[in-house]
Design a protein around this ligand. Structure first.
Ligand code: NAD
Ligand code: GLY
Length: 346
């Protein structure tokens, strides 16, 4: 079993091993004295993995209850969060008990926020089952829900007590969902690790499973380093948003339907690289193409730029964006919004 120890304000371990979901009860028993666990998941993950998780928890003496909501981003809202609070209350969860987020980033984000706020804080364990959730959202403590005004606008920082990554669970993902996670993996190679990027160049979507544990470990270790340096997202952590400023704009332009976050990140990384490091563009585009990800978008820059002005990385009329001029190195740049728009619109 590979382990990454995350030394944030509240430290924890990320455990990476194929098949680890089957022994989650034993692993969770190691981080709590409580024997009461509320498992939160979505309907698709529920069908495939809840039984395994609940069996393992019960075999290790836990009393369990399960809350399941409809899969998809549209469930990451106040109304479902309210239902989760009522469920925790009915089940009699106390401050010393544990919540388990079993699923992708949607389940992780909303369960994390419930855990940050219910009784002013209850421990939670992440069992991420998408590649995006394993390499990104389950680690680092960002939790959130969406409101009418935008995605992830209401949230809290709450580090999990434990993260259990079983890359075998990624075998049941749709190819589109696996590609979506690969966009974040390529991002880590671009911002911090040229060796990782080379490994990705030597694989495709068809054979990437051969090195999946190694990839998950490498990405989590990069995220650990960034988050330890800037837990509350005031500086360096922004590099994790390479490709995201334009990516979010493209997702918004598509009305968040039929266009995944990973597709947006992939196109966003390519568009920003076209402008600021054109000599790297072909290499990046070849890599994303091997994972069935787009290299651009049909939306024009003038259509996308209004969406960038809603970006959370914007402050006082300026915008932060991330540029990689060498594979493995990222820099944060700050420009007046008008200057960013001028450069991108050229
Ligand atoms: P998701 O949670 O919606 O999962 C995608 C789909 O895959 C869902 O339909 C789900 O039911 C299904 N699924 C999950 N695991 C599966 C499996 N093993 N087999 C088959 N199907 C499975 O989406 P996601 O891409 O995992 O996460 C996106 C969310 O993560 C967004 O809400 C985004 O805002 C958030 N996010 C948060 C952070 C953070 O730091 N907190 C970082 C990045 C993204
Ligand atoms: N996913 C970006 C971050 O955790 O900061």
């Amino acid at each position: 079993m590979k382990k990454v120890s995350v030394k944030t304000s509240s430290p924890y371990e990320v455990l990476i091993e194929r098949g680890s979901i089957k022994k989650c009860g034993e692993l969770i028993a190691g981080i709590t004295k409580s024997r009461k666990v509320a498992v939160i998941t979505d309907n698709i993950v529920n069908e495939i993995y809840s039984k395994t998780v609940i069996n393992s928890l019960e075999e290790n003496g836990f009393e369990c209850a399960l809350f399941c909501f409809e899969n998809g981003e549209q469930s990451k809202n106040l109304s479902v969060l309210g239902e989760i609070f009522d469920f925790l209350c009915d089940f009699g969860i106390t401050r010393s008990d544990v919540l388990v987020a079993l699923g992708g980033g949607v389940v992780g984000d909303i369960t994390g926020l419930a855990s940050a706020t219910y009784l002013r804080g209850v421990d939670f364990v992440q069992i991420p089952t998408t590649l995006l959730a394993q390499v990104d959202s389950s680690v680092g403590g960002k939790t959130a829900i969406d409101i009418a005004g935008g995605k992830n606008l209401v949230g809290a920082f709450k580090q999990p007590a434990l993260v259990i990554c079983d890359s075998d669970t990624l075998k049941t993902l749709t190819p589109e969902n696996l590609s979506c996670g690969m966009a974040e993996v390529i991002k880590y190679g671009m911002i911090r690790d040229s060796e990782l990027f080379e490994k990705l160049e030597n694989h495709t979507l068809e054979n990437i499973d051969e090195i999946m544990d190694e990839i998950v470990y490498t990405c989590i270790d990069i995220k650990r380093d960034v988050v330890e340096n800037d837990e509350f997202d005031r500086g360096e952590r922004m590099i994790l948003n390479f490709g995201h400023t334009l990516g979010h704009a493209i997702e918004g332009w598509h009305n968040y339907t039929g266009y995944t976050h990973g597709m947006g990140v992939s196109a966003g990384m390519c568009l920003i690289t076209d402008k600021f490091a054109p000599e790297l563009s072909e290499r990046l585009k070849k890599c994303v193409t091997a994972y069935n990800l787009p290299t651009g978008t049909e939306a024009s820059m003038s259509e996308l730029l209004p969406y960038c002005s809603k970006d959370k990385k914007r402050e006082y009329g300026s915008i932060n964006y991330i540029v990689c001029q060498t594979v493995g190195k990222a820099e944060i740049r700050k420009s007046a919004v008008s200057e960013f728009e001028r450069i991108m619109g050229e």
